[in-house]
Design a binder for this molecule. Sequence first.
Ligand code: FAD
Length: 413
Amino acid sequence: MSAPAGTESPELADFRASADVWCNDNFERRSVDINEFKRRFSISSISEKDERAQVARAQAGQKLVFEAGFAGLAVPTQYGGQGLTAQHQRIFAQVASRYVIDTGIFSVSIGMVLPTLLAHGTEEQKLRLIPPMLRGDDIWCQLFSEPGAGSDLAGLTTKAELDGETWCINGQKVWNSFAHVANWGILLARTDWDVPKHRGISVFMVEMNSDGVEVRPLRQITGIAHFNETFLTDVNVPTNNLLGELNGGWGVTQTTLMAERSLIGGGMGLGFRDYVALAKEYERADDPNIRQELARAYTRFEILRWLGERSRTAMRAGKMMGAESSVTKLAISEHVAKSGDLALAIEGAAGMLAGDDASDFGFWQQQFLSQWAIRIGGGTEQVQRNVLGERVLGLPSEARPDKTEPFRLVPKN
Ligand SMILES: Cc1cc2nc3c(=O)[nH]c(=O)nc-3n(C[C@H](O)[C@H](O)[C@H](O)COP(=O)(O)OP(=O)(O)OC[C@H]3O[C@@H](n4cnc5c(N)ncnc54)[C@H](O)[C@@H]3O)c2cc1C
């Protein structure tokens, strides 16, 4: 995937070439065989042993990337990075995507916690925590959502109380991706109950092997158990693991959530041609209803391509996408929902088959079932619309009395 001619400086083009040579020398090239791709994404279960082996392989790969000087390309050198630019980072990600380098397990660490630490961490925290993150030694999870606080995240009730030299944390978190393999978690807790809900939250960095942390995997509709519920009972966290200001956690959280939305806006595996190929395989390519839906799918692919181009242009200009990243998240949500329906409509009655009985090892069924992960994770479609209405279009916000009352007095779920 090379950049269009004339859009990349000679220095960046050299960087792209050297990254490609290095990846080629150190990693297997990803197969371009569509069947291999489909088999990889049709998996509906994985044993604990295989998952551990997968994590170990990902960590070994990240260590190689770090040691060769390709990790944290835009991170300052004093924190283990290379002090280059976001463009170098983007180019390396493009090149690496053509090789078997598994970075998914680091999406919370490097994709979300790293930018949060860079923006809000103390010097001591950055020096201590960023290098092992970049080296792949540390895997982080996000401990934000709770049974009664998802979309209304600021309504969280996990509490942290100062007990001498440490914070004592009690509460329950849920839907925590990778918590069962992570050794660190970034956690939100309430530290002041007598102020409105957004003003009494703090962010803590918690070692997952601390006494009182219990992680229980949850199985998803796809059969995979990649997320968990996490129980915290009298968990002690040292004061130097408070991230950002005490009670200033809501501002810190915005950095993490913004990074999360842009990650979800990132990669798409399938192209328009894959749907056309499926329609041909099922001899539905002449069906006027299917053709109409294929035309709609083509439009969605084009819109996503232009949205991607918009964010790349913003990145090249050194601008962060703001609430506009909600547009991309929303467009992707709509796309995965409608494309899931389209694939199963093409298959017709055969769409009811599963696993090896279904076409392409059940790949299309897994695509259909995984749509909810994308539509809900990182903020639901309805919540993205609220963000767009209020922060981009400037519409009046909903009346929310719980935003101004002390949290202690707000009725809880
Ligand atoms: C695959 C996946 C991975 C995830 N990973 C993590 C993770 O690693 N860490 C973590 O902390 N969390 C994680 N989450 C949780 C995720 O952030 C929440 O599921 C999400 O914020 C929605 O919260 P909820 O599930 O409590 O739904 P609720 O907030 O209870 O929402 C239920 C329904 O009500 C609607 N709704 C709620 N409020 C409004 C409103 N004001 N206006 C209009 N409609 C509204 C919602 O859109 C939704 O349809 C993950 C979720 C998924 C699906």
